[in-house]
Each structure stands twice: as structure tokens, then as C-alpha cells.
Design a protein around this ligand. Structure first.
Ligand code: NAD
Ligand code: PRE
Length: 294
């Protein structure tokens, strides 16, 4: 049997992502011991009942003692405070990472608290579902999905490679980007789609009220897909938008222009404009299926 990559892993926050990391790490034999700590007694009790980790408590600092890898798996807005609380108990030489959907703001919030001698390597698994909490975790979540590491200019290359190997062991494909570049890409591929889904479902619900009719009862196909995305965790997504403000506002402005273009084409009966765009976007979907990403 090969030696596990880490002796002890500590997960700070254990919901969909923390729970899935724990299960996938155990499946891959990546650690001798996996512990977690979270904010509420109730979540800790659920994580213990489901045996997601060897032990889950509510003392964040205690969980990190002697850990070789610490991964902060809380909503983005809580990462800085978590780093502040765990900092005194981090073992020199350990790797500290996170899974936040936004990278630059998390780096800015966590880095000032982390002591010298600790290797900070932020990361983001681009895999998820609309479900949250410890019950939502599953071992296969990362299989064949990308995880983006966003090392800092002074990150230790050996620590970056070790975290890369860990994510591969969880089933992920891995790549590397700088934090700000990551945020610009995810603003269009993940954050804007969520904003649109939240908007369209809210608008349909408002319309249902105004029309005094059961608009949502007849929802099928496309609209149903939007409702899945719009069921995603409100705390997580509030934090994403507040922490990737500039990039999201930039793509939103661009999106609004493109929407006006379509609005105008519909108003003036310019079917060729609609047809050309829909043909181009259909090709994009087909290319993604070809790459096994859809
Ligand atoms: N859900 C997704 O699809 C997805 C995908 C990739 C990355 N992410 C990122 O992963 C992180 C976690 O998301 P999730 O979906 O697992 O959320 P979740 O709500 O399922 O789990 C979050 C966990 O953090 C704990 N927590 C919250 N505030 C805390 C605090 N102040 N101190 C300690 N623990 C705290 C919660 O109790 C819970 O255990 C977020 O930063 C999110 O942006 C989410
Ligand atoms: O499939 C979903 O439910 C997701 O929304 C997952 C998704 C995404 O937008 O792709 C959501 C946020 C994460 O940061 C990464 C993955």
C-alpha cells in the first residue's frame, strides 16, 4: 500500500465541499487522520453521525493542531476570520488552502493572518451542486472535474505540487491560474449564470403573483434547469457577489449590452441576427459535450 500524502488533514467548515473532500480523501487513502471543525454544534453532530471524518468539533484552532494540511471550506466571507482564529495553532511547514469560489478576496482576507513558515496555496474545485450542508457531501463530486490552484508568487513550489497531487487523488483534473485571472473567468462562467438564474426565477414568481396564476406549475425544461441553480445556498452566493464585485459588474454590463442587441432584433424582426447567434451558441454546447464537460 502507498503511503498517504498527509498524516493529518483538518477541514474548517464541513458542508457540501468539506464533506466531499473528506469522503474522497478517505476513498483515495490520502490521509491517516481527517478531522473537521465547524461553527455550530448541530453541524458538527451531523458530520459525526454521518462519519464524514474521524472527529468533528466546534473548536477551529484545536482541529488544526498537528495538521499537515488545513483546508478552509467555509463561505468566502468567513475565510478571513477562520484564518485569524486558526493561525496560532498552525504547525510550521503545514499547507493551508481553501475552496472559495472567489480567489483574490480570499487571498487578501486570509494571508495577513497566516504566520511565516506556513505554506498558503489557495484553490477552487469547479464542481458543486445546489445542495449544501454536511448531508450533501459525496465522494465522487470531484471526479473528472477541474480544480484550479491559484498559487501566489512566493508560494513554495513543493507545497503547490503536493496540493496538486492531493486534488488529483480526490479525482480532479488540475490547472493553475493567478487569483485575479481566476475571478474574471469565473465571473462569466459561474457567477453571472447564478445571478441570471436567481433573477429569472424571482421574476417568474413575481409575475405569478401579478397574474394571479400558477405560472410555476407549468414550468418545464429550461425553466426547471434555472430553478435548480436558483436553489443554491443564499449565504454562499451573497458572499461570492460581494467578494467578486468588479469582475461581476464588468461582465454584467457586457451581458446587458448583448441582451439589448437581442431585444432590438426581436422588436425589428431581425431573424437572421437571432438565428446566427443561436447557431453559434449551439456549436459551443456541442464542443463542450465533445470535451466531456457538459
Ligand atoms: N456549493 C458549490 O457548488 C461550491 C463549489 C465549489 C466551491 N464552493 C465554495 O466552497 C465553500 C463552501 O461551500 P459549500 O457549498 O460546502 O457550503 P456549505 O454551506 O455546504 O458548507 C459551509 C460550511 O461552513 C460552515 N461555516 C459557515 N460559517 C462558518 C464560520 N464562520 N466558521 C466556521 N464554519 C463555518 C458551515 O457550518 C458549513 O459546515 C464556499 O466558499 C464556496 O464558495 C462551493
Ligand atoms: O453545478 C452546480 O450546481 C454549480 O453551480 C457548481 C458551480 C458552478 O458554477 O459550476 C458553482 C460554484 C462553484 O464555485 C463551482 C461550481
Amino acid at each position: 500500500m502507498t503511503k498517504p500524502l498527509f498524516n493529518k488533514i483538518a477541514l474548517i467548515g464541513i458542508g457540501l465541499i468539506g464533506g466531499s473532500i473528506a469522503l474522497a480523501a478517505r476513498r483515495g487513502g490520502l490521509a491517516n487522520k481527517i478531522v473537521a471543525a465547524t461553527r455550530s454544534e448541530e453541524t458538527a453532530a451531523t458530520a459525526n453521525r454521518l462519519k464524514l471524518v474521524d472527529h468533528c468539533g466546534t473548536d477551529l484552532a484545536a482541529a488544526c493542531q498537528d495538521a499537515d494540511l488545513v483546508i478552509v471550506c467555509t463561505p468566502v466571507g468567513a475565510c478571513g476570520e477562520a484564518a485569524r482564529v486558526i493561525a496560532p495553532s498552525l504547525k510550521p511547514g503545514c499547507i493551508v488552502s481553501d475552496v472559495g469560489s472567489v480567489k483574490q478576496a480570499v487571498v487578501d482576507a486570509m494571508q495577513p493572518h497566516l504566520p511565516a513558515g506556513v505554506h498558503f496555496v489557495p484553490a477552487h474545485p469547479v464542481a458543486g451542486t445546489e445542495n449544501s450542508g454536511p448531508e450533501a457531501g459525496f465522494a465522487e463530486l470531484f471526479d473528472g472535474r477541474w480544480t484550479i490552484l491559484t498559487p501566489l508568487p512566493d508560494s513554495d513550489p513543493a507545497a503547490v505540487d503536493k496540493l496538486d497531487a492531493f486534488w488529483k487523488g480526490l479525482g480532479s483534473l488540475t490547472d493553475r491560474l493567478d487569483p485575479a485571472g481566476h475571478d474574471r473567468i469565473l465571473a462569466i462562467t459561474s457567477h453571472l449564470p447564478h445571478l441570471i438564474a436567481y433573477t429569472i426565477v424571482g421574476t417568474a414568481d413575481d409575475l405569478a403573483g401579478h397574474l394571479n396564476s400558477e405560472v410555476l406549475r407549468f414550468a418545464a425544461g429550461g425553466f426547471r434547469d434555472f430553478t435548480r441553480i436558483a436553489a443554491s445556498d443564499p449565504t454562499m452566493w451573497r458572499d461570492v457577489f460581494l467578494n467578486n464585485r468588479e469582475a461581476v459588474l464588468e461582465v454584467l454590463a457586457r451581458f446587458q449590452e448583448d441582451l439589448f442587441y437581442l431585444q432590438r432584433a426581436i422588436r425589428w424582426g431581425e431573424g437572421d441576427k437571432l438565428f446566427d447567434l443561436f447557431t453559434r451558441t449551439r456549436e459551443i454546447r456541442r464542443a463542450l459535450i465533445h470535451l466531456n464537460q457538459a
